[in-house]
Design a protein around this ligand. Sequence first.
Ligand code: CMC
Length: 428
Amino acid sequence: MSDFAEIILDGKTYQMPIVVGTEDEKAIDISALRAQSGYVTLDPGYKNTGATTSAITFLDGEEGILRYRGYPIEQLAEKSSFIEVAYLLIYGHLPSEEELNAFSDRIKRHTLVNEDMRKILDGFPSTAHPMGILSALVSSLTAFYPESLNPNQSKEEVDLSIIRLLAKISTIAAWSYKNSQGHPVIYPKNKLDYCSNFLNMMFAYPTEDYQIDPVVVSALNKLLILHADHEQNCSTSTVRLVGSANASLYSSVSAGISALWGPLHGGANQAVIEMLEEIKADGGDSKKFIEKAKDKNDPFRLMGFGHRVYKNFDPRAKIIKKAADEVLTALGVKDPILNIAKELEEAALNDPYFVERKLYPNVDFYSGIIYRAIGIPTNMFTVMFALGRLPGWIAQWKELREQKEPIGRPRQIYTGETERDYVPMEKR
Ligand code: CMC
């Protein structure tokens, strides 16, 4: 294989270096192309643009492979815990028992949020979407820890910011839900593990304890692990882009939360359940909705179907589909929308429109069904995605800093008016 690619422009040949990753992924490094030739590359939606080199997550959309730091997602979902996976993503290796205990204890010690945060929370109406609250409160951590704004923080200071964010996000997330209910918040209990503590803050009341069910804790661990990183997707690229301006960890992650909120990204898990409910309310005819999704004059899309990179199957969807069956059976939940989901999946997988376009169920198609079964309300689904994705965002932000990447600043091809003179109001 040659070490460079040749690009011929206006009869002149330019040599651009080839970059090869550890999994033999190949790229043409065109960073010098504009300076040498005046040309930029155009790639709306970054469908074919590598924005960085990264050692965190490998995914192969054609083969349905997803690995964090080299470890297959199937093994991590089966054998690991969310906190262990967070450590792996952020620090690059599986922790020893001692490292894991120290990491987990530190997170437990920082779960409390400043009481003044409650005052900010109180200012939100109960109609506020929990994702908006989450993004605002994560950004407001900069006010409580202004030292996090310093781009030259030491390694120890960065570590403390990371621990604080991992610890406080579950308190903030659970409190955003309590706020939407108009209920008093529940304080963290540090004797509990990460997932149990979150569930307790969500479902306990000052008047009533919450019984922690190991089936629910295990399902939550699995879901969070499956969402923990996914290389350069929309929210992660947002985190890296904001972070590249030397913005703090909290501001960068807050921006990532806003990106994740969109229904084409993390918001899809909420949209899937709303779609399944709509189909049920309409009489349960999944074929009718398949036809709607295929109709180019109808804005309806089959939510939970299709993926920018997975074109064969989404390995997370495989794990989640099996987990959904297990959790619903263990909890004795009979959810009619699970049947609609299965009918829809079967109909779509046999329909040439979906087959030709390689549209398969993605991670969000079944995650909402598990969240529903374990009692998470629909408007909290995307918040759950954010909780899961947090270690990935942190790892990517940290990597960007350590690689000393330049500020992100794409180019464009201008298509507007050429120069023209200002026209006074009376002559328009
Ligand atoms: N229902 C119906 N048609 C679809 C769908 C769908 N869900 N997804 C894609 N298509 C069609 C699309 O209309 C286009 O058809 P044509 O070639 O005839 O114009 C073709 O398939 C390619 O679609 P695209 O929009 O160019 O593909 P993309 O890679 O830009 O978009 C996607 C990927 C995930 C945004 C899209 O598939 C989609 O909108 N899916 C539904 C939303 C969803 O489930 N999002 C969650 C993604 S997984 C969680 C995450 O990681 O964020």
